[in-house]
Design a protein around this ligand. Structure first.
Ligand code: ATP
Length: 300
């Protein structure tokens, strides 16, 4: 009998998974899985549980929570030679990864996907010995994702990021960088950079409009030095996906990117703090098999 391990964050988003746990387990059982569940307890818990699930021979690991939970699950499994297949029930505040894969927010519909037996290969990003699914980013603004308090997120959801973002904007300062990407070189002052694996970042679905999760390439966006009003204007363009044509924006596809910086620049991996630069990002081509909606391809 095939076995599934549900790894869920009871505190994610509006605590939806905790309230629907029995329903999710029942759906997986009905789909023919012998199922067990692990409730995460804090940082590192989902990662450890995922690794143990793989060691114990589970064929499917389902991450139920926000991007932080799937991030940890992927980090627990990515190093392994025999990796279980992945499923996802989105229950966080932004759910960028689920959005990119068209996995519905509605728990019933997300369970339909889990039980649908439709798998697709997906790329993930590697930076040094860590992995990411959506995005690695550098620059002051990118720090806001982990500065938004959990209580505020539960109360006002997505809005919490924008409140914090407005507070942060005036603090952005440019940094001198040296970037090598697939044999090419960029040197100059930048405000921030984004190494994106999916087309949905921070709730903006048009931030990396061409990103495919199956092509072995990142969408790499560099925002060069800008004035504060120019930066605000760029943010409004980003809502429509028009920022990539801005003269101060570099937008390319690359498989391998190395960023060195003068002074301090912190890294953000899928919304969590990822240490300081320098760093080298590598796209791992089709590293996981993931349960996705059958109609995903047609909708793209
Ligand atoms: N039982 C728990 N109590 C408190 N925090 C937890 C618990 N389990 C996991 N966490 C923390 O929750 C964070 C991950 O949250 P997750 O991404 O699932 O939801 P979210 O924060 O609501 O959504 P999003 O990441 O989309 O904003 C991690 O930092 C993890 O350490």
């Amino acid at each position: 009998m095939k076995r599934a391990r549900l790894i869920y964050n009871p505190t994610s988003g509006r605590e939806q998974i905790r309230k629907n746990l029995a329903y999710i387990l029942e759906r997986l059982e009905k789909a023919g899985y012998e199922t067990s569940a692990h409730a995460t307890t804090g940082e590192g818990s989902a990662k450890e549980a995922a690794r143990k699930a793989a060691e114990n021979g589970y064929e499917l690991v389902v991450a139920a929570g926000g991007d932080g939970t799937i991030f940890e699950v992927v980090n627990g499994l990515a190093e392994l030679k025999d990796r279980p297949k992945l499923g996802l029930i989105p229950a966080g505040t932004t759910n960028d990864f689920a959005r990119a894969l068209h996995i519905p927010r509605d728990i019933e519909k997300a369970c339909d996907v889990l039980c649908g037996e439709h798998y697709e290969p997906i790329d993930i990003g590697k930076v040094d010995d860590r992995y990411f699914i959506n995005i690695a980013a550098g620059g002051t603004l990118t720090e806001l994702t982990y500065e938004v308090p959990s209580k505020l997120k539960t109360a006002v959801g997505q809005l919490a990021y924008y409140i914090k973002g407005l507070e942060k904007l005036p603090q952005i300062t440019p940094r001198m960088v040296r970037i090598e990407y697939d044999g090419k070189l960029f040197e100059g002052e930048i405000m921030m950079f984004l190494v994106s694996n999916t087309n949905s970042v921070g709730g903006f679905e048009k931030l990396a409009p061409d990103a495919s999760i199956q092509d072995g390439m990142f969408d790499f966006i560099v925002v060069k030095k800008l004035s504060f009003p120019e930066f605000l204007h760029l943010c409004t363009l980003a809502l429509r996906g028009e920022h990539i044509h801005h003269p101060k924006v570099m937008y390319v596809h690359a498989n391998r990117i190395k960023v060195e910086v003068q002074g301090d620049m912190q890294l953000n991996l899928d919304g969590e703090h990822g240490g300081a630069l320098p760093a080298e990002f590598v796209n791992l081509y089709q590293h996981f098999e993931m349960l996705t909606p059958k109609e995903r391809k047609q909708r793209r």
